[in-house]
Design a protein around this ligand. Structure first.
Ligand code: CAA
Length: 380
């Protein structure tokens, strides 16, 4: 068993850490406060190869392994969880989906620009009535000549208002339930696709989440991803891998909150000494570091299993479940260790706390992760 990261993985971690500390950290609080989309930072992530980390080089990616991808998302999120999810959606929900299920034409036309950062992607499964019950799709795609006409409303489309290409799920045959769902690679610049609203959110506020409408939107048949009726399976398979990215995001948020708390308890003095010298504080730091280490190991192992070609569905869900709950717990304790300062926007821990919450919700709630894990356990 090998627990040491390779030299390349360590260098990648250092590079991403330097990038976010220098370029993202100074503006993260203002972008969060005002919900500002990080245009320049997204461009730089593309230039650094962070938007197609595990995509093969011939398709515009950096050609690294999935563990490297997890490290990238962790490091981005340690400073700015919004950057973490913007990159995660493009990498694992979009690029990975096209690389796995796309035709050669789709890879040439769409994957290359998406993985190299010249285009941005989004993933569109959720609807007003289809959250955890993802198969309850109401958006329809009706065959029309050499294409399909799409009508419907999609919710919670991360990157939606800046995306060029969206993997969108729609019903092509409502009589077949989940086997009537088909995936499409939608061009957001074509007529009939619009943003209804950008959500006003608790956290990850500079990553935009949109409600989007499709009104007699025409998509040519070459943009169908996979076969008709394969869309649900494609969405589930994409989410299996995506959940490793969200687990990594949660590890990064937890690490950021922990480091903030550690630093604060070293300088904050009460009763004549730094507060980390009080056992209650020291033990909380110990619990934080222990839980984060466990979450990181689960996340890296899930990524490693994917790299080895092993089954990783249960492992990805376990990693996401544990890491997201660790992020929420750690951020809550980080506020507590800051006392009333933790409740103030002068300190970063309230942002980590708000950002952590979404990791227990998107790409499958903690309840859905428990469902996936328990089904996999009983299947075994
Ligand atoms: N991997 C691959 N295939 C899977 C799968 C998985 N994890 N889970 C189910 N499937 C397949 C099944 O094998 C079955 O295939 P067949 O057609 O061959 O029978 C099919 O999908 C239907 O499976 P179920 O009967 O188990 O479906 P279900 O409706 O009972 O449950 C669910 C499915 C697990 C609850 C699923 O709906 C789910 O994961 N829900 C959560 C949705 C989710 O994660 N949404 C996230 C939105 S995207 C997002 O957040 C993006 C963002 O912007 C950050």
């Amino acid at each position: 068993m090998q627990f040491q990261l390779s030299e390349n993985q360590q260098m990648l971690r250092d590079t991403v850490r330097q990038f976010v500390e220098k370029e993202a950290a100074p503006s993260v609080a203002r972008r969060d406060e005002e919900g500002i989309w990080p245009t320049e930072l997204v461009k730089k992530m593309g230039e650094l190869g962070l938007l197609g980390v595990a995509v093969r080089e011939e398709y515009g990616g950096a050609g690294l392994d999935y563990l490297s991808y997890a490290i990238v998302i962790e490091e981005l999120s340690r400073v700015d969880a919004s950057l973490g999810v913007i990159a995660s959606v493009n990498n694992s929900l979009v690029c990975h989906g096209i690389e796995k299920f796309g035709s050669e034409e789709q890879k040439r036309e769409l994957l290359i620009p998406l993985a190299s950062g010249r285009m941005l992607g989004a993933f569109s499964l959720s609807e007003p009535g289809a959250g955890s019950d993802a198969a309850a799709q109401k958006t329809t795609a009706v065959r029309d000549g050499d294409g399909y006409v799409i009508n419907g409303i999609k919710n919670w489309v991360t990157n939606g208002d800046h995306a060029d290409t969206i993997i969108l799920m729609a019903m092509t045959d409502p009589t077949k339930g989940h086997r009537g769902i088909t995936a499409f690679l939608v061009d957001t610049h074509a007529p009939g696709c619009s943003i209804v609203k950008v959500e006003h959110k608790l956290g990850i506020r500079s990553a935009h989440s949109c409600q989007m409408a499709y009104d007699s939107y025409y998509v040519p048949a070459w943009r169908r991803l996979g076969e008709e009726g394969q869309g649900f399976k494609i969405a589930m398979t994409i989410l299996n891998a995506g959940r490793i990215g969200i687990a990594a995001q949660a590890v990064g948020i937890a690490q950021g909150a922990y480091e903030a708390a550690l630093n604060y308890t070293r300088v904050r003095e009460q009763f004549g000494k730094p507060i980390h010298e009080f056992q209650a504080v020291g033990f909380t730091l110990a619990d934080m570091a222990t839980r984060i280490k466990a979450a990181r190991l689960l996340t890296y192992e899930a990524a490693w299993r994917k790299d080895q070609g092993l089954d990783y569905v249960k492992d990805a869900s376990m990693a996401k479940l544990f890491a997201s709950e660790t992020a929420m717990w750690t951020a809550t304790k980080a506020i507590q260790l800051h006392g009333s300062n933790g409740y103030s926007k002068e300190y970063p821990v309230e942002r980590y706390f708000r950002d952590a919450k979404i990791t227990e919700i998107y790409e499958g709630t903690s309840e859905i992760q428990r469902l996936v894990i328990s089904r996999e356990l009983t299947r075994d």
